[in-house]
Structures are given as structure tokens and as C-alpha cells.
Design a protein around this ligand. Structure first.
Ligand code: HEM
Length: 579
């Protein structure tokens, strides 16, 4: 994605799985989520068993060891003070209970510590249990302020400047400098400030920062707090400062574009694509025989029956089978992975809010199924993508357990519903062009071009969503920062300036490409796979299901976003041949 644009449709699925942790629930309160530990003390390298009850059933939780915390004071510094990298994810059972081993890791700040458990999805809840990391340093908690009041006495300023590394994408950083005075009646010791960074119209991201020192009543001090943005960030930012929930100051920060990164990508774009394309193509090519075999297997009973409900009998099943092969899901478990991505796909419907419970239930069930599969693949590695992803997780520095699960569910989701809808749209299009269907049956070599043409006239994704980070001038049109854009692919694909008055023709070579797989760094990861899946299956379908006609009305899907028929009853003439 270009620096100006962000937010993809499919990232919404990641977002669903990564809602922020918040809200407090006392560990001991009756009927509320609680946490118990097998030992109250253990050393680094050891492990403890964490059990819990009273949580929402089938809910994903994250467990971490946090420093400078006791349940009565919450987690000071947020999860930044926790041993994040060594956390573990766990899913509660049908009764809302769980039990899981947690390796003992040292948090980045001294104890007193807690084991902090919080929901990752759904209604927010968290609970803590007191724990001591043996051998780790201990420091008293900062005193609670009473009667103390801090006020900013001078203008705030941001010191420092971006160096060469920042222009190559290193996180932009500055020091927020300000002078505060204690205008209250009691001393303030080690005050904790909240420093927020916000981009354009978006809400600030807050981070707690402690300043070491004591401010007696009437005294002042110059305070310096580090501020850092995400790597590659650029545009108009505001740095905000709060103390005790009260806003003390705001400071604008204009961050220049990291031109080094742009230069890097331009060079990379010239040198690497051919190599990456070859590697990706090789991986996809290995699956082509499987694609043909699965198509033949699914089409055999349909061809015999002379009619079918195309979505249920073919489109729903084929992409799921291929993805299961890619990920190494054993045949007896594949049914688990068919239905759930369709339920999760409701997130893209206009009425998504009304389906939230259903979507979250499907996501939780899918996560459970993935967890089981991961455990199985861990025990018995195979020559599949999931085994490779597990190896990256076990290496410890590339994928956390939660990222492994999220990545697997994102692939399962992103690669099924999209491709199945595209099959539905392809079949619907060919119903109106029997001559083209016949041509495809007779000449399978034109399949890759047929796929592009079908995607041009009937794209399964007819809108790509973007939010502008900054104001854009596009061909005389000024689009303000913070605008929500619907890039309509079907309008672009039939733009007379790019395609003339082109009729559907699977033999034509077009001068412009199609946009259905998005663009920029979020360009669809599975585009090669999807194209191959459809190109391998369509000629077989054309050969085995000749002269197709509608056998009843098709139930249409949503008109915006991921679209395509929900049901598509067809009948066809006698099969041409079976080989
Ligand atoms: C016809 C089938 C498909 C269509 C129409 C499609 C469409 C899209 C679109 C529109 C995006 C967002 C691009 C953007 O915002 O710039 C996307 C992203 C993505 N797709 Fe696909 N896709 C298809 C098949 C697949 C398959 C088979 C897989 C994987 C096996 C897959 C995996 C992904 C992933 C992981 C992303 C997120 C990429 C990122 O955000 O970096 N897709 N796809």
C-alpha cells in the first residue's frame, strides 16, 4: 500500500482478532473471571500452571508476567511492563475454565509482579494473580499521589531530529521537554505521565511514562520524556501530555516522509519481483496437479447428475480443499475448516454489527480448530505451510503463538470466501456466453487469459477500501486526510478510457490490468494461488459440464464488497468426454 493509504478489507479480520486489552475485573470477585497459580514463586526458566474460571466460554485469553504490579493497583505502565514475548495464549473451555503452563520470564521492570490474564477478543475482562519471579529485583510501587497537582509552566518542545536511519524507516523519535510545577499541597514522587501520539484525525495512542524524582509543593522541575512513533510513520502528528487523567499540553509534530524507504522499494521493485514471482509460482505449481485432481473428484458426481447447485456442490468445497492441502490439514479434519470462514465473512456485510456474536463464535471455533491442528503439526511435522509457520514461531523471534494462530486463520479466511465467490461469478458470466464456455472446453491453454477476463467483468471484490492518512491531490481532485475511499473495481475494469467498449472475450489481450487483488504492500498474498486455482478448474468444468443453463433463480449475494451468488442452480448437456 502506498504511504498515503491504509486499512485493507482483510485487515479487518486481523483487527477483530487483536482488539485492545482493557477493563478490570477483580480476580477474587464471585462469578467474575479469576486466576490461580500452581506456585506463588518460581525462577526464570521454570514454569507454572495457570488455571482460571468464571471467564466467557470459548474465549481467547493472553497470559503474561507483569512487573511493578499487584492486583489492587492494576498493571502500572500497561503491558509494556510485562514480559510480552514470553506470553501464552489459551482458549477457555465450554464452561469458561482453562489451565495452561506459562514459562517464567523476567519482566522488564522490577517486581512485585502478577500473572496478568486478559481477553483478546470480545467483551473485555482481565484478572491478576500475585506472583514473584525468584531472583528478579524488587522495588516498591510508586506512591499514590494525594493533594498533589502538577501544572505545565513553560511551552512544551520536541528536541532531537530524524537521522539517516529515520529516512530509511527507523522509528522517528524525539524528547518531549517541559517544565512542571507542583501547585498542590503534597509532594509528588515518581509521577507517571501519559504521553499520547495521534496522527491526523485519529485518536491518540497513549503510553505511560514514569519520571524519577520528587517534586515538593511549590517546586518545579524540567522533565524530559522520550516519544517514539512506529517505524516508517510520517505526516502530521500531535504529541499530547496527561497527568492524573488531566490534559496538560499538546505539541504538533510534522514528520517527514522516509524517502530512503521509498528509494529502497523502488530499487527492490526493479530487482526482486522476478525472483519472488518465480519462487511463488514454483510453490503454486506444485499444487496444480492437486487442483486438477480435486476438480475431477468434485465434478464427477455433478456430471453424472446432469444438474447441481454450483455453489454448494463445487464453489464452496474446492478452494477449501486446496487451502487445506496447502496448510497440511489431514482429510478427516478438513470439514472443520469449510464452514467457519463463510461465517466470519459476515464481517464485510453492511449489517455486520448485528452479526457480531455469530462472527466471534465462528472465530473462536476456528481458533480452537487451528490450535488443535498446530499441536498436531508440532508433534508430527509435514511438508506444508503450517509446519513452516510453526518453525518460525518456535525460532522465537519471528512469530508469537498468537500471530501464528492469527496468520493461519487469516489465510484460511482470505483464501476461501474470495475464491469461491469468484467461481460463482465466473459460472454466472459463462451462462450468458455459451460460445466462450465451449471455447474454453476445447482449448484449456486460454484458461489464464479467461481468468483475467472473468475477473475484469465480474470481480468478486468490487470495492477496495482505503483511509487517507494525508491530503491527496489526484487529477485535480483534492481528497482531505481522514477520508474513507471506496475504490470501485468494477467501474475501473469497464472504464472506456482503459478498455474501450470491450465485450466479454476470453481470448482478448487487454492493455490494462485488473485491480481486484488490491495494490501496494497489502496486495493480495494469495493472488498467484487464486489465479492458478481458477485457471486449473475452469477448463475441466467447461469440458465436463457442457452447455450450462440456469436451472432456477440464483440467490444474489451482497452488492458491495465481497459479492457473488449465494446459490446458483444450473443444469447442463451431456458430458463431452471424461479424460
Ligand atoms: C479470487 C480470490 C481472491 C480475491 C478476489 C482476493 C482479494 C484480496 C484483496 C482485495 C485484498 C486486499 C488488497 C488491498 O487492500 O490492497 C487481499 C488481501 C489478502 N489476501 Fe486475497 N484475494 C483472493 C484470494 C486469496 C487467497 C487464495 C489467499 C491465501 C491463500 C489470500 C490471502 C490474502 C491475504 C493474506 C491478504 C492480506 C494482505 C495484506 O494485507 O498484506 N487471498 N485479497
Amino acid at each position: 500500500m502506498s504511504g498515503k493509504l491504509r486499512m485493507t478489507a482483510l485487515v479487518a479480520v486481523f483487527a477483530l482478532a487483536l482488539l485492545p486489552l482493557a477493563g478490570t475485573v477483580t480476580a477474587s470477585a464471585a462469578g467474575k473471571p479469576s486466576v490461580k497459580l500452581s506456585k506463588s514463586q518460581a525462577g526464570t526458566g521454570g514454569s507454572i500452571t495457570v488455571t482460571g474460571s468464571g471467564w466467557r466460554p470459548k474465549t481467547l485469553l493472553m497470559m503474561l508476567i507483569c512487573g511493578q504490579s499487584v492486583p489492587s493497583r492494576g498493571v502500572i505502565g500497561g503491558t509494556n511492563s510485562c514480559a510480552n514475548a514470553d506470553g501464552r495464549a489459551v482458549t477457555t473451555d465450554a464452561k469458561g475454565d482453562f489451565s495452561k503452563e506459562l514459562p517464567v520470564a523476567e519482566p522488564p521492570v522490577p517486581c512485585p509482579c502478577v500473572v496478568h490474564v486478559a481477553t483478546v477478543t470480545g467483551e473485555k475482562a482481565e484478572a491478576d494473580a500475585i506472583f514473584m519471579v525468584a531472583g528478579h529485583s524488587v522495588e516498591p510501587l510508586p506512591e499514590e499521589e494525594s493533594g498533589a497537582r502538577l501544572s505545565v509552566l513553560t511551552d512544551t518542545r520536541l528536541d532531537g531530529s530524524g537521522g539517516l536511519l529515520t529516512s530509511f524507516g527507523a522509528p522517528p523519535s524525539r524528547t518531549l521537554v517541559f517544565t512542571v510545577g507542583n501547585v498542590g499541597t503534597a509532594a509528588v514522587k515518581d509521577p507517571v505521565f501519559q504521553v499520547g501520539t495521534s496522527h491526523g484525525v485519529f485518536a491518540p495512542q497513549w503510553e505511560e511514562q514514569q519520571w524519577r524524582g520528587t517534586l515538593a509543593p511549590g517546586k518545579r522541575a524540567q522533565i524530559e520524556l522520550p516519544v517514539e512513533l512506529a517505524a516508517g510513520a510520517h505526516g502530521d502528528y500531535t504529541v499530547s501530555l496527561k497527568y492524573g487523567g488531566k490534559m496538560l499540553a499538546e505539541q504538533p509534530w510534522g514528520v517527514g516522509r522516509p524517502w530512503g524507504v521509498t528509494l529502497f522499494w523502488i530499487l527492490l521493485g526493479v530487482v526482486v519481483p522476478a525472483a519472488v514471482f518465480r519462487v511463488g509460482m514454483a510453490a503454486v505449481d506444485r499444487l496444480r496437479p492437486v487442483m486438477r485432481a480435486v476438480t475431477e473428484e468434485l465434478v464427477a458426481p455433478i456430471a453424472q447428475a446432469g444438474e447441481c447447485e454450483f455453489m454448494a456442490d463445487f464453489a464452496d468445497r474446492y478452494p477449501a480443499r486446496i487451502l487445506c492441502e496447502l496448510l497440511g490439514v489431514p482429510p478427516q479434519r478438513q470439514a472443520d475448516f469449510h464452514r467457519l470462514p463463510q461465517e466470519i465473512g459476515l464481517i464485510f456485510s453492511v449489517s455486520a454489527a448485528g452479526h457480531l456474536n455469530r462472527i466471534e463464535a465462528a472465530l473462536a471455533t476456528l481458533h480452537d480448530a487451528i490450535d488443535d491442528l498446530i499441536e498436531q503439526r508440532r508433534a508430527t511435522p509435514g511438508a506444508d505451510l503450517l509446519t513452516d509457520l510453526i518453525a518460525a514461531e518456535e525460532a522465537g523471534d519471528r512469530l508469537t503463538p498468537i500471530e501464528l494462530r492469527t496468520m493461519t486463520s487469516a489465510l484460511l479466511f482470505a483464501g476461501q470466501d474470495t475464491t469461491r465467490q469468484q467461481f460463482g461469478l465466473a459460472m454466472q458470466t459463462f451462462l450468458s456466453y455459451p460460445d466462450q464456455w465451449r471455447m474454453l472446453a476445447e482449448d484449456p491453454a486460454i484458461a489464464p487469459r479467461a481468468v483475467e477476463e472473468v475477473m475484469r467483468v465480474a470481480p468478486a471484490v468490487n470495492t477496495i477500501w482505503r483511509m487517507t492518512d494525508e491530503t491527496i491531490d489526484f487529477e485535480g481532485l483534492t481528497i482531505p486526510a481522514g477520508s474513507f475511499l471506496n475504490v470501485l473495481t468494477n467501474a475501473a475494469h469497464t472504464d472506456p478510457a482503459a478498455f474501450g467498449n470491450a465485450r466479454f472475450d476470453i481470448t482478448a489481450t487487454r492493455s490494462a490490468g485488473q485491480l481486484m487483488f488490491g495494490g501496494g504492500i497489502h496486495y493480495c498474498l494469495g493472488a498467484l494461488l487464486a489465479r492458478a486455482e481458477i485457471a486449473e478448474a475452469l477448463p475441466i468444468l467447461a469440458r465436463r459440464l457442457p452447455n450450462p443453463t440456469a436451472a432456477g433463480p440464483a440467490e444474489p449475494g451482497p452488492t458491495l464488497g465481497l459479492n457473488g451468488p449465494v446459490t446458483l442452480p444450473i443444469r447442463f448437456g451431456p458430458t463431452l468426454s471424461t479424460s
